[in-house]
Design a protein around this ligand. Structure first.
Ligand SMILES: [Zn+2]
Ligand SMILES: [Zn+2]
Length: 262
């Protein structure tokens, strides 16, 4: 089975393409399952508007569109309605409401500590060891809620670090993240958007070679995530194959789908 649960839409303000174009690309590339997991909207209380995610005003349209496509493509490809979500404890009720509205899964994409109104993107902060540990603590807290079904780019803290900057604090953070993922039975993602960037000759920090080498001792379950921000990311079958090969060559248990209910 070929399944990707990490697909964005134009609503997050940094992706391109119509919803249906992502599905066409997925069908052409031989996917059996396509999960939409756009960057979750949050009802920020102080009027803060995030420039990197779906605004609340697009939420209904997102749900309506994915559900309509689910019906339209039934029998051709299984479409799931999800969200890539942070964990902001003060907005936990909002996540529960999203589930009631029909969102069937959340992948954990922790880019901010609690909450985005008050904290910067964690990338630069993770250039310090304290930042890395604070990030890991937050990610573990998120995983332990039981709200998530997998951990997107678990090595995001390496975003602005070189491979030779995988410090003892990074090892400690990795221990925390991978042990929690195992405890909670959450697959961790090998992120193909990051891999694509690296194959094009740019540094993105993840997938982080020292991270993936270091975690061999944990025997985590791994899943591939396209992190598609445009239909062409899904269409690139060689990227998928390279990612798959990399994970298998490192000896990881790669799962090909999640057991989700629509
Ligand atoms: Zn994004
Ligand atoms: Zn993503």
């Amino acid at each position: 089975m070929k399944a990707n649960y990490h697909t964005h839409t134009i609503r997050c303000q940094h992706a391109m393409g119509r919803d249906e174009d992502f599905i066409s690309a997925a069908l052409d590339a031989g996917f059996d399952v396509l999960g939409f997991a756009d960057h979750a909207p949050w009802p920020f209380r102080n009027g803060f508007v995030s420039p990197i995610r779906m605004p609340m005003s697009d939420l209904e349209d997102y749900i309506r569109s994915v559900k309509a496509l689910q019906k339209q493509y039934a029998g051709q490809i299984d479409i799931f309605l999800g969200l890539e979500s942070e964990y902001f404890p003060r907005y936990r009720d909002h996540m529960l409401r999203l589930r009631e509205m029909g969102v069937s899964y959340f992948i954990l994409g922790a880019h901010y500590n609690d909450s985005e109104e008050e904290n910067p993107y964690i990338g630069p902060e993770c250039q310090t060891d304290e930042g890395v540990l604070r990030y890991a603590e937050h990610a573990v807290k998120a995983m332990r809620t039981g709200l998530f079904c997998y951990v997107a780019h678990p090595d995001l803290f390496m975003r602005h670090r070189r491979d030779d900057e995988f410090s003892p604090a990074c090892e400690q953070a990795t221990d925390m993240i991978c042990q929690a993922a195992n405890e909670m039975k959450l697959p961790i993602e090998y992120n193909l958007l990051g891999l694509d960037t690296q194959l094009r000759g740019f540094s993105r920090g993840y997938p982080s070679a020292p991270f993936w080498e270091y975690i061999k001792k944990f025997d985590n379950t791994v899943i591939l995530g396209v992190d598609a921000h445009e239909p062409s990311h899904l269409a690139d079958t060689s990227l998928w194959e390279t990612g798959r090969r990399n994970v298998l060559d490192m000896g990881y248990r790669l799962i090909d789908h999640l057991d989700l209910e629509v």
